[in-house]
Design a protein around this ligand. Structure first.
Ligand code: GLA
Length: 390
C-alpha cells in the first residue's frame, strides 16, 4: 500500500515552492464476468481492488503542468494552454485527462502532480484507468468544475481514446470511480447505469493470479476486436429490424442472419458477445442468491468463450486457469480484463486459498519460469479525494 505521508513529504521535496493541497486515490479493478462486452453495450460485473494510484497535487504560479511519478525517471511537462500532441507513455494519460477536463470547464492553470501506484501495469488490472481517475479527481478538487461521477469517467475514457489511442469501453473508468466496498457492480454499459450487488457474507473468496505474461492493449489486437464487433453491429442494424444492440440478440436470431456474415470470424466474435451478456445476467442472479457453483460454472464458460470464440486468451493464461480450477474448493476461474496475457480471477472456498497458491507454485510457475503473484481480495471502495491541511 502506498504511504500517503511519505508521498506528501516527497512532493514537498520535489516541488519546494509549491504547497501540496489535495490527494486523490483511484483503484484498479477486476472484472468478475462480462468481458469484451462493454464496448458492445453489454453488462459487466467489475469491482475495485485494494491496489490504487495516488496523486498529490498543488497549484503552480505559471501555466505549466508538471507531473512526476515514483514509477518513472521521466517527468512530464506541458503548457496548460497548449496541450498539443500526445506524449509517448504514461504522460499521455495526464495530458489526455487535463485536455478532456478543460473541454468540460477546467481552468487552464498550472499544476504539479506527484504520482505513486501499486497497481501493476500490463497485468490487466486497469492501471491506466486508475491513473486517469486519480489525476482527474485531483485536478477537479483543485480548480473545479463540478462534474458527476459519470462525467469524470467519461472524460477519462475520452482521454484513453484520443491520447492513449486505445478504443476502450467505459467499464474500467466507472469501476475505478464508482465502486463500493464489499460490493460487485452490475454495470449496464449501454446507458452507464449500475447497481451494487453485495458480496455475500460467506466463506467464499476472490483470488486473482497474475500470469506474468504482460499484455499491451495498444498493439492493435484489442482495437481489431472492437472493429470486428462494429462490423457485425452495422450489418445487423441494416439487416435485422429487431436489432438495437447485442443485448437484443440471441444465438437463434444470429443464426438467421449469420450465414451472410463473412468472414465467419466475425460470427464467432458476435457469438461470444451474445453468450457473455447472457452469462452476466445469470451470474448476477447467482451472486444475489449466493449460488457459487453456478457463478463458477459461468466463469469457466466465459473463459472458454474468450479463448475459443473471441481468441483473447493465451496458452499461458489457459494453463493458469486450468491449474487453479483443479484445486478442490474452487468454483470457477477465468481470464479477467482484455486478455492477451494478464490475470485470472477465481472464486473459491476460503479453505482453498492456500491450496491455490501451492498449486500455482508447483504446477504453473516452473513451466513458464515465473513466480505468479497471488492475491485474495475483497471488493474495495472506488476513488476518493481529500484536501490536505496546508
Ligand atoms: C479493457 C478495456 C475495457 C474492456 C476490457 C475487456 O480493460 O479497457 O473497456 O473492454 O478490456 O472487457
Amino acid at each position: 500500500m502506498v504511504n500517503v505521508k511519505t508521498l506528501v513529504e516527497e512532493f514537498r521535496r520535489r516541488f519546494p515552492h509549491c504547497t501540496p493541497e489535495v490527494i486523490a486515490r483511484a483503484p484498479g479493478r477486476v472484472n468478475l464476468i462480462g468481458e469484451h462486452v462493454d464496448y458492445n453495450g453489454g453488462l459487466v460485473m467489475p469491482f475495485a481492488i485494494p491496489l490504487a494510484t495516488w496523486v498529490v497535487a498543488g497549484r503552480r504560479d505559471d501555466d505549466r503542468v508538471v507531473a512526476q511519478s515514483l514509477q518513472s525517471k521521466e517527468a512530464v511537462q506541458f503548457d496548460a494552454h497548449q496541450i498539443g500532441k500526445p506524449l509517448i507513455g504514461w504522460g499521455a494519460y495526464v495530458q489526455g485527462v487535463l485536455h478532456e477536463l478543460q473541454v468540460r470547464g477546467l481552468p487552464r492553470n498550472g499544476i504539479n502532480f506527484l504520482i505513486n501506484s501499486d497497481v501493476p501495469s500490463g497485468a490487466g488490472l486497469s492501471s491506466s484507468a486508475a491513473l486517469e481517475a486519480a489525476v482527474a479527481l485531483a485536478a477537479i478538487e483543485l480548480f473545479g468544475p463540478r462534474l458527476t461521477h459519470d462525467e469524470i469517467a467519461d472524460a477519462c475514457r475520452a482521454a484513453e481514446h484520443d491520447f492513449a489511442l486505445v478504443p476502450c469501453g467505459i467499464m474500467d473508468q466507472i469501476a475505478s470511480v464508482c465502486s463500493r466496498s464489499d460490493h460487485v457492480m452490475l454495470l449496464n454499459c449501454r446507458n452507464g447505469s449500475f447497481e451494487h450487488i453485495p458480496w455475500p457474507r460467506t466463506n467464499v473468496r476472490i483470488t486473482v493470479v497474475d500470469s506474468r505474461s504482460p499484455h499491451k492493449l495498444s498493439t492493435g489486437d484489442y482495437a481489431l476486436r472492437v472493429r470486428e464487433c462494429e462490423l457485425v453491429r452495422s450489418y445487423l442494424k441494416e439487416q435485422a429490424n429487431w436489432f438495437v444492440g447485442f443485448r437484443e440478440a440471441s444465438l437463434s436470431r444470429l443464426a438467421v442472419h449469420g450465414s451472410k456474415i463473412h468472414p465467419t470470424i466475425q460470427l464467432r466474435r458476435a457469438r461470444h458477445v451474445i453468450t457473455e451478456i447472457a452469462r452476466v445476467r445469470d451470474a448476477a442472479d447467482a451472486l444475489r442468491r449466493g449460488d457459487f457453483p453456478t457463478l463458477g460454472r459461468l466463469m469457466n464458460e466465459s473463459h472458454q468463450s474468450l479463448a475459443e470464440d473471441y481468441e483473447v486468451s493465451t496458452p499461458q493464461v489457459d494453463a493458469l486457469a486450468d491449474c487453479i480450477r483443479k484445486v478442490p474448493g474452487v468454483f470457477g476461474a477465468r481470464l479477467t480484463g482484455a486478455g492477451f496475457g494478464g490475470c485470472v480471477v477465481a472464486v473459491a472456498e476460503q479453505s482453498a486459498v492456500n491450496a491455490i497458491e501451492s498449486a500455482v507454485r508447483r504446477d504453473y510457475d516452473p513451466h513458464f519460469g515465473v513466480t505468479a503473484p497471488v492475491w485474495t481480495w475483497h471488493p474495495s471502495e472506488g476513488a476518493t479525494v481529500q484536501r490536505l491541511d496546508t
